[in-house]
Design a protein around this ligand. Structure first.
Ligand code: ADP
Ligand code: MG
Length: 320
């Protein structure tokens, strides 16, 4: 199937929005940014064998390619609007493309995001997505801004995706709930929007809690304490892996796509209510301290030394 047929298929299935003056089909898209808001832009690439196992279903790849990008908009408290899709495909496989679009466009539709352009080339399987959203200037949720005394919060649960990968690598049967968290992460868009005006700083946890929290602390010039006993843990993870085995996955594993944010303690009740209103579980896992560094405390108050501090692209073998 020639490149133009692939693009025609994508175009047929992409939906539009009123603010898309011109979408797929010209040399570039023409888009209208709402008056008084900032354009928020982020891109992330998924490479086969690096960001997803080689046998991942096309629909899961499509979902994940957009989800990880929407997660970045969520972490800025942005309202998603548009995306572009850069596809590098080893062959022009119509079945693969249809499956991919099923996952990608279902998530786009669920968030009201229009696919407005992209690029299609032959090469090793790789998916680059750029997302665009809006936020009023004063309400963007940055990494800088955490203050000593803030509560440290986390949405959802930690370690499920890393557990799925670890169990799989050990050829242990994996609970489908854990695999679903690896293949179909939930971008916390509604939570990000609900936190506008409530949180001081935030980030999405893609490379592991300690690594990503570290970015917030560095940008804000503060430190943090985390209580191991308060790390949110899914029932599936608790059933699959014992406490000491799962802590490294929860602190240092990746692919969670939860929001980690800080807020003044006075906002505690407002945050609980705002996130309950969008059906997003959320929990305080520690607090922000003036002294730099992260202290992780076990339930008995003793210091816990984590064994790994997050996914680094050039430091660890890739998962196949
Ligand atoms: P050009 O040579 O001008 O870059 P292309 O043939 O690459 O044009 O693209 C033609 C149109 O199809 C453009 O509007 C482009 O944005 C869109 N397009 C190409 N590939 C994709 C894709 N994978 N997803 C969405 N739109 C695409
Ligand atoms: Mg092009």
């Amino acid at each position: 199937m020639p490149e133009f047929d692939l693009i025609a298929r994508i175009r047929e299935r992409a939906s539009l929005r009123a603010d898309v003056l011109l979408g797929i089909g010209d040399d570039a898209a023409l888009l209208r940014v709402p008056a008084g808001q900032l354009l928020v832009v982020s891109c992330d690439t998924l490479n086969a064998g690096v960001h997803f196992p080689l046998d991942t279903a096309p629909a899961d790849i499509g979902h994940k390619a957009l989800a990880v990008n929407l997660s970045d908009l969520a972490a800025m408290a942005a309202q998603p609007a548009w995306c572009t899709l850069s596809l590098s495909l080893p062959e022009a496989d119509a079945d693969w493309l249809n499956g991919f679009l099923d996952g990608f466009l279902a998530l786009a539709h669920a968030h009201g995001v229009a696919l407005v352009g992209g690029d299609t080339t032959r090469g090793p399987l790789s998916i680059g997505v750029t997302v665009h959203g809006f936020v009023p200037e004063a309400l963007a949720l940055r990494r800088a801004g955490a203050q000593a005394g803030d509560e440290l919060w986390l949405t959802g649960t930690l370690g499920d995706a890393a557990a799925a990968l670890t169990l799989r690598a050990a050829t242990t049967p994996v609970d489908p709930l854990l695999t679903a968290r690896l293949n179909r992460p939930t971008p916390r868009v509604a939570a990000g929007l609900a936190l506008r005006g409530l949180a001081h700083a935030g980030i999405d946890v893609s490379d592991g809690l300690l690594a990503d929290l570290g970015h917030v602390l560095a940008a804000s010039g503060v430190g943090a304490q985390i209580d191991l006993a308060r790390l949110p843990t899914s029932a599936a993870l608790a059933a699959a892996i014992g406490e000491s085995g799962r802590w490294p996955l929860q602190l240092g594993g990746g692919d969670d796509y939860e929001l980690c944010f800080t807020a003044a303690p006075e906002q505690h009740a407002a945050i609980v209510a705002a996130l309950a209103a969008v059906d997003t579980p959320v929990q305080v896992i520690g607090y922000i301290a003036a002294a730099p560094g992260v202290r992780v405390l076990a339930a008995d108050g003793s210091a816990y030394t984590p064994s790994q501090s997050g996914y680094q692209h050039f430091a660890k073998p890739h998962h196949e």
